[in-house]
Design a binder for this molecule. Sequence first.
Ligand SMILES: Cc1cc2nc3c(=O)[nH]c(=O)nc-3n(C[C@H](O)[C@H](O)[C@H](O)COP(=O)(O)OP(=O)(O)OC[C@H]3O[C@@H](n4cnc5c(N)ncnc54)[C@H](O)[C@@H]3O)c2cc1C
Length: 411
Amino acid sequence: MPEETIIIGGAGHAGVQTAVRLRELGWAGRILMIAPDADDPYERPPLSKHFLEPGSPDTVVPLRRPGYFESKGIERRRGRIERVVPSTRYVLLESGSRVDYSKLVLAPGSHARRLLVPGGDLAGIHQLKTREDALALKVALRGGARVVVIGAGYIGLEVAAAAAAIGCETTVLEFEKRVMNRVTSEPVSRYFQRIHQDRGTRFVFGAAVTEVRGDGRAQEVLASDGSVYPADVVVVGIGVVPLQELARDCGLRVADGIVVDHDSRTSDPDIYAAGDATRLIDAHDGTNRRLESIQSAVAQATNAANHIMGSPSGKREVPWFWTVQHGVRFQTAGLRDPGDTVVVRGSETEQFSVLYLREGRLAAIDTVGSLRDFNPGKKLIAAAIRIDPQRAADPAVKLSEAAVDLAAHEV
Ligand SMILES: Cc1cc2nc3c(=O)[nH]c(=O)nc-3n(C[C@H](O)[C@H](O)[C@H](O)COP(=O)(O)OP(=O)(O)OC[C@H]3O[C@@H](n4cnc5c(N)ncnc54)[C@H](O)[C@@H]3O)c2cc1C
């Protein structure tokens, strides 16, 4: 009987964690990780942060030490999976070769959303996903350069911070009315807008980009109100699109992401999926979300490996995310809802936290400039603890002491 093979499509955070976890749990068969990348698997978050800082090395942070994969018997093949054939359980690579699997884990990630306007593909327009992208951007960011960043989400703002630190003349164009509109509340948006403005970055809100013009190379960005922004460098940070085509084409359920459950199972019993490419749907508890974060990719990969190995599912982790802009760390845990009651702890001018209460219970927390409330907040979210909003608003009161009926919980 041929050796059982688990194929992992993708060698990013989710793909690597799947392989690591499978070996931890004692999978003795073959593990084959297939990805087109030229580099060994590396961390993506530093690419929009430390990597862009002036004087920082052009090297990436590997996800595992050299020799790790060989030492664990994790095979790697360079190539792109072009097709999955679930009925007879094999994948076809772009090279034409066929590889059979017992189980398949799809972890192809996402691609940066493109700017679909006339001139949106001119030279001088940057996106940020890979080491090559980051290197090209780093070369372009020179003191005095006019940089137009499209999108005031995490990546756009991290790039804007790096550009301002280098001495670029930086303008951020954002369609919404405030920065990080999708992920946080007004107090946090206000604070971050201010620290960027204090360092010279200009914001234009309600700006819909309609065209990029230039003679073979981006030179100006046009907005729907007719304004024109001259640019030497244009950076597009308008979100990501899940790579779901492989799954869709072989008949798996997709819905703006490969649909998975809490165990990372797709609609085919032998195929799992994890990471940016997925959408988690669970009709029983009402979950329906797509997350683009390291924490989520790693948790989903762990769950896939656990399920393949028949190990109990891990406890459901509270989703969390971080960003660093102008040296200020912002961490968020849980998932806020626009209808939540917002409680600000502390002053918006220094370290503070923002709590999001739903039906009196802590549903999410943002911490700015200090991690003091982060772990207690995460635990209170996981335990769905009721919070006294008056006490919680006072930063002198420990967050755990703002909890109501805490007796049964250790926080
Ligand atoms: C610049 C940047 C900064 C970020 N900062 C943060 C941060 O601060 N905090 C945070 O939590 N998250 C951050 N993220 C998001 C985080 O990096 C992603 O959520 C995470 O990388 C998702 O992991 P993944 O394994 O799903 O996808 P990826 O890491 O993108 O890996 C996908 C892998 O699949 C491969 N692949 C694609 N198609 C195929 C195919 N057809 N066949 C085989 N292989 C394929 C790719 O080559 C790659 O190896 C950042 C992302 C970027 C780009």
